[in-house]
Ligand binder design. Structure first.
Ligand code: NAP
Length: 248
């Protein structure tokens, strides 16, 4: 049995693609979402119609109580947890660092960094061999922004992804003996709604000229890489940062 997987932010974009593919790979899937219940229900329906098992669970990864109740719901309703993808992430309107407010910085860091830490904490508590779990895998969705820096757009977001890279490397070493592998995927520019948050919905088409492959990526191209890292095919890989970015 493959057990269950929690994918944060799985109602749309990369997370939704991951959810459908994880179900096809045999996981029972928790489709976490923030506010778009309709989109999450559609992902669950797609999985169920294909013969899989999934539930949609609302929860803000920036709120610890929401995270705790998300994991408790999965304990109650799905098979034992064997995988987590920390996928939920936000960015804010293009701005220079000199224009960034305290509140903005807090929102970005709490959602992207603290949320990933707290979800991983709950997952490790359940999956670690030393705690009676059966081992498992964690994939953090980082970004190539961590090494590009995103000047005058969102250095805060890029820095939050830099934190995710360090978190991936450190946690991987902490839990390796507990049968848990921790890796990150660093997407380049991918066709999803996230670019609307930055105030430029068509950002991918502008930036793609700077991509050696001269195109934006698709959510499923990121999802496939994340699922590979979770699979037995990647059994000796932990603490790696896998770029899925068309060479950028
Ligand atoms: P997206 O299309 O904007 O979807 C975001 C998802 O996250 C939605 O399911 C949304 O739920 C959920 N979400 C947002 N805030 C949340 C919160 N506080 N708690 C729980 N869920 C929350 O984003 P995406 O482009 O697929 O991005 C997924 C990940 O890939 C992010 O970590 C992002 O930083 C990373 N990434 C994306 C790109 C890119 O070009 N797209 C590039 C590099 C890295 P609702 O539907 O309920 O709002």
């Amino acid at each position: 049995m493959k057990g269950s997987i929690i994918i944060t932010g799985a109602s749309r974009g990369i997370g939704a693609s991951l959810a459908v593919r994880a179900a096809a790979a045999g996981y029972e899937v928790c489709v976490n979402f923030h506010s778009n219940q309709g989109a999450a229900d559609e992902v669950v329906q797609k999985i169920t119609e294909a013969g899989g098992r999934a539930i949609a669970v609302q929860g803000d990864v920036a709120v610890e109580q929401d995270i705790l109740s998300l994991f408790k719901t999965v304990d109650r309703e799905l098979a034992p947890l064997t995988a987590l993808v920390n996928n939920a992430g936000i960015l804010e309107t293009h701005a220079s660092v000199t224009d960034m407010t305290f509140d903005r910085l807090q929102r970005v860091m709490t959602t992207n960094v603290t949320g990933s830490f707290l979800c991983a904490k709950e997952a490790v508590t359940r999956m670690a061999l030393s705690k009676g779990g059966q081992g498992g895998g964690i994939v953090n969705i980082s970004s190539v922004a961590a090494r590009l820096g995103s000047p005058h757009e969102y250095v805060d977001y890029a820095a939050s992804k830099g934190a995710i890279d360090a978190f991936t490397i450190g946690l991987a070493k902490e839990v390796a003996e507990d049968g848990i592998r921790v890796n990150a995927v660093r997407p380049g520019v991918i066709y999803t709604d996230i670019h609307k948050l930055g105030g430029e919905p068509d950002r991918v088409d502008r930036v793609k000229e700077n991509v050696p492959m001269k195109r934006g990526g698709l959510p499923e191209e990121v999802a496939k890489a994340a699922l590979w890292l979770l699979s037995e095919e990647a059994s000796y890989s932990t603490g790696i940062l896998l770029d899925v970015s068309g060479g950028r």
